[in-house]
Design a protein around this ligand. Structure first.
Ligand SMILES: Cc1cc2nc3c(=O)[nH]c(=O)nc-3n(C[C@H](O)[C@H](O)[C@H](O)COP(=O)(O)O)c2cc1C
Ligand code: SF4
Length: 433
């Protein structure tokens, strides 16, 4: 059930019976935006997306309309549309809902992007673990072909567009746009040097609009109701709504569609119902595991790209993880470090070696074998990864560790002297004998 504070634009069909079916989509304004876009010039479509202030939902928050405008439409090369459905960022689980419950919305958004940049082929790159979604998406694509929304001469307009699904094999790095393109081309998922960016040299070195599933899913509503309408749902520089995946120590975890700029406190206490047993918030991951953490003092921060950037962190993928006062932050750092050490693709030394060292150090530290200088060393190792790697995974690995060491130094000190983790010791005391 929707929370009263939710503004359901892209999730409005989630609870309809048979929501993924074409029939349901058509009964709820489905493909109306495509019909409208077919009457518009590419420039007009791009202007509308620009007016919406839609910013990429994959992590970096780059303005979508601007990205589309960078694609050289007169290029003799073919152009491509790629949907990033890799959704590998820990704490994030919203694209799967968009694909499971409303696949036609994504298809329509990608079609409109195709019209805007004169592309005639699109791919949806799905993470390996989401293989079950392939059936749903392939079914929806087949329905769209059957009904004349995909294929040759769409709705008699002369516009052709083919769409395919493709799975990855479970690599976090393959969510990074250039590694994704390599993987989609059938190669090992190593990132590419940038520039050039995908808008100019993307799939098969051709101009490509590569965006997150949520970004494309917002496009039909923008075209249907106008960019200004969508823009006004959010803040001046952060148009619209976004799906927040709320998890961790929270009474009502879930994926909620809320206006950008909603205060973190409202998200946790009103939408999420607060912390179980009325405990205090110790830390919050605001936008997936690669974003520096917030603490209780930041609860009044508006959840939008710019307000979080002012605090040195990011809205990222919208995965908000809440941690209560009993959480061991050394263990949190260890768990994050373990993930990045495992997911480093190994291409460049600072990331390959640095993430492994941070992980080893924190594992030893959390087990009670740390010494005081390790606290400094953990931060230094992370600082030496930051800004020195081939792709942004290195920064993603370093930033949360730096922020945990900075905000929670005392907890590291509490692990010194050969003591076991103080939080685990407390947990053991609370367990029945
Ligand atoms: C290591 C790494 C993993 C990423 N994983 C994803 C992902 O799973 N999904 C996604 O949409 N973007 C991911 N991104 C961001 C993409 O590189 C890219 O910026 C994004 O897909 C662009 O779409 P947008 O403009 O709609 O945000 C990742 C970036 C990095 C550095
Ligand atoms: S930072 Fe380097 S090693 Fe790490 S994932 Fe990127 S290219 Fe691979």
């Amino acid at each position: 059930m929707a929370h009263p504070l939710e503004v359901r634009v892209i999730s409005k069909r989630f609870e309809l019976p048979n929501s993924a079916a074409l029939q349901t989509y058509l009964a709820t304004e489905g493909y109306e935006a495509l019909r409208k876009a077919l009457q518009m010039t590419p420039e007009r479509i791009i202007e509308e997306v620009k007016a919406s202030a839609l910013r990429g939902r994959g992590g970096a928050g780059f303005p979508a309309g601007m990205k589309w405008s960078f694609v050289p439409r007169q290029s003799p090369k073919p152009r491509y549309i790629v949907g990033n459905a890799d959704e590998g960022e820990p704490g994030t689980c919203k694209d799967r809902l968009l694909m499971e419950y409303d696949p036609h919305q994504l298809i329509e958004g990608m079609l409109i992007a195709g019209l805007a940049v004169d592309a005639h082929k699109g791919y949806i790159y799905i993470r390996g673990e989401y293989r079950y979604l392939m059936d749903i998406l392939d079914g929806a694509i087949a329905e769209a072909y059957e009904a004349g929304f995909l294929g040759q001469n769409i709705l008699g307009s002369g516009f052709d567009f083919d769409l395919y699904t493709h799975t990855g094999a479970g690599s976090y790095e393959c969510g990074e746009e250039s590694a994704l393109l390599e993987s989609l081309e059938g190669k090992r998922g190593y990132p590419r040097i940038r520039p050039p960016f995908p808008a100019v040299a993307g799939l098969y070195q051709c101009p490509t609009v590569l965006s997150n599933v949520e970004t494309f899913s917002a496009v039909p509503a923008i075209i249907r109701h106008g960019g200004e309408w969508y823009h006004k749902l959010g803040t001046p520089k952060n148009g619209g709504t976004r799906l927040f995946a709320l998890s961790g120590h929270i009474r009502r975890p879930g994926v909620y569609e809320l206006p950008l700029g909603i205060p973190l406190r409202t998200l946790i206490y009103e939408v999420g119902g607060g912390i179980p047993a009325d405990k205090r918030v110790k830390a919050v991951i605001p936008g997936g595991s690669s974003t520096p953490l917030l603490t209780e003092q930041h609860l009044d921060t508006p959840m939008d790209f710019d307000s979080l950037a002012k605090l040195g962190t990011f809205l990222g993928s919208g995965g908000v993880v809440v941690m209560d006062e009993d959480t061991c932050m050394v263990k949190v750092a260890l768990r994050i470090a373990q993930f990045y050490a495992h997911e480093s693709c190994g291409w460049c030394i600072p990331c390959r070696e640095g993430t492994a060292w941070v992980h080893k150090l924190l594992a030893r530290f959390h087990a009670g074998s740390g010494v005081e200088s390790d606290i400094e060393l953990a931060g230094e190792l992370a600082e030496n990864i930051l800004g020195r790697t081939f792709c942004p995974l290195g920064d993603a690995a370093a930033m949360p560790i730096i922020s945990i060491v900075k905000h929670f130094r005392q907890e590291f000190e509490d692990h010194l002297g050969g003591k076991a983790c103080p939080f685990e010791a407390r947990e053991r005391q609370l367990l029945p004998a």
